[in-house]
Design a protein around this ligand. Structure first.
Ligand code: NAX
Ligand code: K
Length: 500
């Protein structure tokens, strides 16, 4: 799943018009029809009033077509032309004429006095600006956006919430539509995946408008989505004659007094994610807890209450390092020596990351293709503060390239960066914001590395699977509040079944 830039979307539109020998008006009709179908399926009540607010460009043109389709099918519609510019796009003009021929209710909005009265229960279709926005809306257009946002009506944005920029941060927060639903064309937009924009983009839906496949396949994108289709592409089906040795030996290193649970969760997750063997290396105080809760997992121990020696005997295929590790001075010292000489592929999480951040030279020693799984605070410790989401993405790309590693920046739409590209994970929901969730993710990714997936594949698949456990659990027995890290582990089997 590619995430095209605005420039690429215009190119894809042009390629489609050429290869399918259609007019831009026909493409607009197709796009607006897809919106219309979605809208009436979701809001079939014909007594409801639709306020369709149309700008003067092609996004406005989409709105005009939606107005016509709603009217033709017996819905109540009031179309408002938001007169912010003398210039009107050609397809806007064609579709305005068509609407006027129908004797539709169309009024011009050129100032506050022309604003619609929007009642509770009405629906606003926002077609004021799409991806062509150049600067924050101002004057009466901004005031109208505020009026719409303050109404009690539901808001459906066509393609893009008006006022949101496609490749830079919002400058005037009061001049952006806060949409309940955004119906976007063909591909997800980067702006929808960034936490700074969460107030403007709530639910969003990609509508297929049949853009040129050759263009889409060949477009070189910086940003991608990671979905079931992508992950199925490299998922390895197990062979009949395979044995436990075929699936590697994961070693989880971590734990400290009071934080043994992190290692119980990580090692259990590694087991259930398919690692042939799983060992843990923990402080002595965790021995009984580990052996009694995870009988399949082998245990080696270090010092009494924290790890400092890192002198395990296990010869692992992959290492997951950091859950519950703590930052005792002796742990830090042991970590620095161990880390610099480690040859096995590694996933580094939690205090492992904090130690790397504390000793900045350590970043230079990160072995090639190591996977780092920071949450935003841990990432900030590694790279310093950023001023907005776009700057954060720049830092993410730069850090992963500079250190030739995979960085899994956790959050809604976890961003996975490797060799100059970023993949946004499309599974998961807020249920995952729960204690131990990151430990489970570390266990899953380590298990996938052990099974022979590359660092990038293990990160993409691990994050996708992890998110999907929460999606399935919430669909079935759990709620966002009740879901726990243990549930994530319990749902791994169900998620794997979706791959075969
Ligand atoms: N290009 C195509 O073939 C298709 C385009 N489609 C629609 O077209 C949209 C893009 O259309 P446009 O490129 O016409 O642009 P928009 O409709 O997003 O913007 C309208 C115009 O407003 C002007 N403008 C930008 N910021 C302004 C501001 N702050 N104040 C006043 N004027 C401002 C711009 O010059 C722009 O031309 C997409 O988002 C999508 O909705 C769809 O119909 C699908 C097909
Ligand atoms: K819009």
């Amino acid at each position: 799943m590619k995430i095209l830039s605005a420039k690429q979307i215009y190119e894809a539109d042009r390629a489609t018009i050429k290869s399918q020998a259609i007019s831009s008006t026909e493409l607009m009709e197709r796009a607006a029809f897809a919106c219309y179908e979605w809208i009436i399926k979701r809001f079939p009540d014909r007594s409801r009033l639709f306020h369709v607010c149309c700008g003067m460009g092609n996004n406005g043109g989409d709105g005009l077509v939606v107005s016509r389709l709603l009217l033709e099918n017996g819905f109540r519609v009031h179309t408002h032309l938001i007169n912010f510019s003398e210039h009107r796009s050609d397809d806007f003009k064609v579709n305005l004429d068509r609407l006027i021929e129908m004797k539709a209710l169309v009024t011009e909005v050129s100032g506050v006095a022309d604003f619609p009265t929007i009642e509770h229960g009405d629906l606003v279709i926002d077609a004021i600006f799409g991806i062509g926005l150049k600067r924050s809306p101002s004057g009466f257009t901004k005031k109208l956006i505020q009026r719409i946002n303050n109404s009690k009506a539901g808001i459906i944005s066509l393609d893009f919430p008006s006022g949101l920029f496609s490749a830079s941060t919002v400058t005037d927060k009061e001049a952006v539509i806060r949409a309940n639903h955004t119906l976007t064309f063909q591909v997800p937009k980067l702006a929808f995946l960034l936490p700074d924009n969460q107030e403007y983009v709530k639910e969003w839906q990609v509508l297929d408008i049949g853009l040129d496949k050759d263009y889409l396949n060949s477009a070189d994108c910086l940003y991608h989505g990671s979905d079931l289709e992508l992950n199925k592409g490299f998922y390895k089906v197990r062979k009949k004659f395979s044995h436990k040795g075929s699936f590697g030996h994961s070693l989880l290193i971590g734990g400290s007094f009071g934080k043994i649970g992190a290692m119980v969760l990580a090692s259990r997750a590694a087991l259930k994610a398919g690692s042939g063997l799983v060992s843990t290396y923990i402080p002595k105080c965790g021995y009984t807890a580990m052996q009694s809760t995870n009988p399949e997992v082998m245990v080696e121990v270090d010092d009494e209450n924290y790890i400092q020696y890192f002198n395990f005997k296990t010869n692992p295929t992959a290492i997951g390092l950091g859950p519950g590790l703590g930052t005792h001075l002796k742990t830090k010292k042991g970590f620095v020596d161990f880390f610099s000489n480690c040859k096995a592929p590694m996933v580094i999480d939690a205090d492992g990351l904090n130690i790397i951040a504390e000793f900045s030279d350590l970043s230079e020693l990160i072995p090639e293709n190591t996977i780092l799984t920071p949450h935003p605070k841990e990432f900030e410790r590694l790279v310093g503060k950023w001023h907005d989401d776009y700057a954060k993405l720049d830092k993410l790309l730069a850090y992963s390239q500079q250190h030739n590693c995979v960085v899994v920046l956790k959050g809604a739409y976890t961003a996975i960066a490797h060799q100059g590209k970023v993949w946004f994970n499309m599974s998961g929901n807020p249920a995952l914001a729960t204690a131990g969730s990151g430990d489970v993710l570390t266990g899953i990714i380590t298990a996938l590395l052990s099974q022979g997936y590359t660092s990038l594949e293990a990160s993409l698949l691990g994050v996708y699977i992890h998110g999907r456990t929460a999606d399935l659990a919430v669909e079935e027995n759990e709620s966002i509040e009740s879901f726990s890290a243990t549930d994530a582990i319990d749902y791994l089997g169900r998620v794997y079944k979706e791959f075969v």
